[in-house]
Structure formats: C-alpha cells, structure tokens
Design a protein around this ligand. Structure first.
Ligand SMILES: Nc1nc2c([nH]c(=O)n2[C@H]2C[C@H](O)[C@@H](COP(=O)(O)OP(=O)(O)OP(=O)(O)O)O2)c(=O)[nH]1
Length: 151
C-alpha cells in the first residue's frame, strides 16, 4: 500500500474510561474477533454514528457491548491515532456512574485494572490515557508502561 491521500478522513470514536468508585479501578476489555487488532485490550467504546453526540454514541456503545447504561459523559481529552486501517479521532470520556450488570455481549473479556496494567497487549491508541492517569494519580512514570505490541 502506498501513502495515505491528503485529507484522509478521520473516523470519530467515543471511548469510555470507566472508573470504579470503590477503588478507582479502570475497565479494560478485549477487541472482539473479526475487528482490527482483535484480542488487544482497550477502553470500551466505538464509532460515532451520523447525528450522534459523543455522549449519545458512548451510551449506545456501552449498552451494546457491555449491557450497562451510563449516567453521563463529558469529553475529557481528544487524541488522534493513525492506524493502517483508519485515522481515528478518539474522544475520551471519564465515566464514574452507570446502572445495570456487566454482560459481555460481543464475546469480549473484561478486567478491572489498577496501574500499572497487568493485561497485554494494549491498543496503541489507548496508551496516552495510561500516561494521563498515571500523572493524575501521582504514580511513578513506570506505572504508565504497557505492552502495546504482540511479541
Ligand atoms: N473502543 C476503543 N477504540 C479505540 C481505542 N484506542 C484506539 O485507538 N481505538 C480505535 C480502534 C478502532 O480503529 C476505533 C474504534 O472502532 P471500532 O471498530 O472498535 O468501533 P465499533 O465498535 O463502532 O466498530 P464497528 O463494529 O462499527 O466496525 O478506535 C480504545 O481504547 N477503545
């Protein structure tokens, strides 16, 4: 494949950083079979559909994927990542309140995690989040390290 044409269109993605109030653990899940980077750990979320706000897209995705209903979501940070399969713009939202029971509706695995993570590999586009949270929590920089590629 040659280089990407100029003006390659962004795929807009809403992503939820679910933080469990009891212990500040983070929810990571695996990408389902059949998707790019299947098996990689990521924060739950998905593509924003036409006419949706970030919050609406995130509420829909988390309900579809995890069976939960989030109370609300505000955009925390925005990043971009250039993958071979897509140029994505990630709208990161912290989520601390939801209702319903977790149910892996797409056959994914999920794990509540503290920093440093003990799951791998992590989707490359998710790595900045680990750095922000590490800084925010006053943890040593090494807590943000994660394996992002398959050995
Ligand atoms: N959910 C999620 N996506 C991420 C993260 N980091 C990251 O680079 N991405 C990228 C990977 C994908 O290219 C894109 C999300 O698209 P997706 O294919 O998972 O979304 P979707 O569930 O709407 O997929 P689809 O079935 O409609 O194709 O964002 C992350 O932490 N979580």
């Amino acid at each position: 494949m040659s280089g990407q044409p100029q003006g390659r269109k962004h795929t807009e993605v809403a992503v939820g950083v679910l933080i469990r109030p009891a212990d500040d653990a983070l929810l990571l899940s695996t990408r389902p079979e059949g998707k790019a980077y299947a098996g990689f750990w990521e924060f739950p979320g998905g593509k924003i559909e036409a006419g949706e706000t970030v919050e609406q897209a995130l509420r829909r995705e988390l309900h579809e994927e995890l069976g939960i209903t989030i109370a609300g979501a505000e955009v925390w940070k925005i990043t971009e990542h250039d993958y071979p399969h897509a140029l994505v713009r990630l709208h990161w939202c912290k989520v601390t309140a939801w209702s319903g029971e977790f149910e892996m509706r797409e056959g994914q695995a999920m794990r509540w995690q503290q920093l440093p993570l003990d799951v791998a590999p992590v989707l490359p586009g998710a790595l900045p989040v680990l750095e922000w949270l590490t800084q925010e929590r006053g943890l040593p920089a090494s807590a943000a390290l994660a394996v992002s590629t398959l050995a």
